[in-house]
Ligand binder design. Structure first.
Ligand SMILES: CC(C)(COP(=O)(O)OP(=O)(O)OC[C@H]1O[C@@H](n2cnc3c(N)ncnc32)[C@H](O)[C@@H]1OP(=O)(O)O)[C@@H](O)C(=O)NCCC(=O)NCCS
Length: 176
């Protein structure tokens, strides 16, 4: 699995040693906003195992987000396998520690993941699943050149399906 570098971040594969830091993040209400709620250590371990299984199978997966300046793990950004209305999709997902919100870091991470999807993994399409009230996340998706494709119900929640396909990414210069 690749390591992605942006001006302020390093996105690297997760490892088993990340369990303590990830469990701390996933026990935090702000970090887990717009989800089913905070995770116990056991739930986080199961989540991490799923990520590590995707990594070893060579499938698109989540990256650990590390701040270059202080080497801290502040969240995740990357690919998550979803089923939406009966179709298998690859989502770009992101969550960051609230101390780091509002600095453009999620946008920076999500763009590099999107570019990796099309440039390196040659994916044809990626989506983001976002609760309509999650304005920060909607903004990140918009700045990632994604467009709302439809509204659906996902795991019982009203959900906007944002999507971008390879062609507009190639032609709008997002590739640069
Ligand atoms: C969503 C999240 C990752 C955004 O992280 P971030 O690093 O603060 O995002 P950025 O700074 O890159 O950009 C956020 C954009 O949303 C805007 N924004 C931030 N908070 C907002 C709010 N409460 N209402 C409206 N817009 C908001 C910012 O102004 C910025 O847009 P701009 O550049 O046009 O000003 C972060 O808020 C988070 O981890 N939230 C909890 C988990 C979550 O909701 N994840 C997404 C699930 S779909």
């Amino acid at each position: 699995m690749a390591v992605l570098e942006t001006p302020r971040l390093i996105l690297r594969p997760f490892s088993e040693e990340d369990i303590d830091l990830l469990a701390e993040l996933m026990a935090n209400r702000d970090f887990m906003r717009f989800s089913l709620g905070v995770f116990s250590r056991e739930q986080t371990a199961a989540f991490l195992k799923k990520i590590l299984d995707w990594n070893s199978a060579g499938l698109p997966s989540l990256f650990a987000v590390i701040v270059r300046e202080n080497s801290k793990l502040i969240g995740y950004c990357g690919f998550f396998h979803q089923e939406v209305d009966g179709t298998n999709e690859i989502e770009i997902a992101y969550r960051l520690h609230s101390d780091y919100w509002g600095r453009g870091l999620a946008t920076e991470a999500a763009r590099s993941v999107r570019d990796h999807a099309f440039r390196d993994l040659k994916l044809s399409r990626v989506i983001s699943l976002i609760h309509p009230d999650n304005r920060a996340s909607r903004r990140v998706a918009e700045k990632n050149a994604m467009k709302v494709e439809k509204k659906t119900t996902h795991r019982g929640f009203p959900t906007l399906v944002f999507a971008i396909t390879r062609e507009p990414w190639l032609t709008t210069g997002a590739a640069g």
